[in-house]
Design a protein around this ligand. Structure first.
Ligand SMILES: Nc1ncnc2c1ncn2[C@@H]1O[C@H](COP(=O)(O)OP(=O)(O)OP(=O)(O)O)[C@@H](O)[C@H]1O
Ligand SMILES: CC(C)(CO)[C@@H](O)C(=O)[O-]
Ligand code: BAL
Length: 279
């Protein structure tokens, strides 16, 4: 496994591979790796000859400075996970390498940018697309892998790819969960034992909606799911919605295709998101 810190070194490693017609996959991450990240690498290996995993805690996508400051950075552990997963190249640039100078970034990501996560983390998807575009320029991947856990992120990246007409295929990969249902997330590390217990209500409420989808109306499903969550102490709901998976607009007609339930809540001091496809 090669560990690379600069764009120039990365390009000189990857350009001959690309010229040799080998397929390159990119798995962008912010580190603090878990089985969710490993699953992306494993899926990437099935689609490409060379898998590049980037680790970069991107400052421009953080809307809360405390969240950025306390974002976990367990480097040794991450290297071991990547070695065990059989990753070929790790790209781990510094902030200076990715942002050598002040720069403006604003692209049209469509109206869904301002919904859900975009409403609670204003400007978040401009920062995400800014760094993903830089990573795509540095790696020039044929295909890139993202987790469905960050459902809206996948849509925003697809919109960015369409905006610039980039020749990169985007693949959304299933959510990996703990045995008790909690979606794996780097931020789970911040949960106290009590928070960890309380956080289970998020996946439980999503499962409730999925299990009762055929029997109850959408307004009733939403009311019951929100009641489940508000019954748990220390869980502060930002949103629980059933939406069209392409527009992210709320949906009340169960016969529409592509429905997804999405939730975000603060559990103790930690903000978590999760979602589930419904049909
Ligand atoms: N449980 C999971 N299952 C599948 N993919 C996941 C999971 N968790 C994260 N990913 C994906 O891994 C990639 C990198 O995510 P990231 O490094 O931000 O980890 P994370 O666990 O989402 O951290 P956090 O949500 O705390 O920022 C993203 O595409 C993300 O959607
Ligand atoms: C895609 C990403 C690596 C961009 O910083 C980040 O948003 C993440 O880890 O999901
Ligand atoms: N996993 C999405 C990146 C973020 O929360 O900033």
């Amino acid at each position: 496994m090669k560990v690379i810190n600069t764009i120039a070194a990365l390009k000189s490693l990857l350009e001959p591979i690309k010229l040799g017609q080998q397929k390159i996959a990119l798995v962008p991450t912010m580190g603090a790796l878990h089985k969710g990240h490993v699953s992306l690498i494993k899926i990437a290996q099935q689609h490409a000859d060379v898998v590049v995993c980037s680790i970069f805690v991107n400052p421009t996508q953080f809307t809360d400075p405390k969240d950025l400051e306390k974002y976990p950075r367990p480097l040794e552990h991450d290297m071991q996970m990547l070695l065990a997963a059989g990753c070929d190249v790790v790209f781990m640039p510094s902030v200076k390498e990715m942002y050598p100078e002040q720069e403006e970034w604003h692209i049209d990501l469509g109206p869904a940018e301002f919904l859900l996560e975009g409403e609670f983390r204003r400007g978040h998807y401009q920062g995400v697309t800014q760094i993903v575009n830089k990573l795509f320029n540095a790696v020039n991947p044929d295909v890139a892998f993202f987790g469905q856990k960050d459902f809206q992120q996948v849509l925003m990246i697809e919109n960015m790819v369409a905006y610039f007409k980039l020749p990169v295929q985007i693949i959304s990969c299933p959510i990996i969960r703990e045995d008790d249902g909690l979606a794996m997330s780097s931020r789970n590390i911040h949960l106290t034992a009590e928070d960890r217990e309380h956080a289970l209500v998020l996946s439980a409420a999503l499962n409730y909606v999925k299990d009762h989808f055929n029997d109850l109306s959408i307004p009733v499903l939403l009311e019951n799911a929100k009641d489940m969550i508000s019954a748990i102490p220390g869980v502060e709901l930002d949103y629980f919605t059933i939406a069209n998976g392409k527009t992210l607009l709320p949906e009340t007609d169960k016969n529409q295709p592509d429905l997804v339930a999405l939730v975000a809540a603060k559990v103790g001091q930690t903000r978590l998101i999760d979602n589930m496809l419904l049909n």
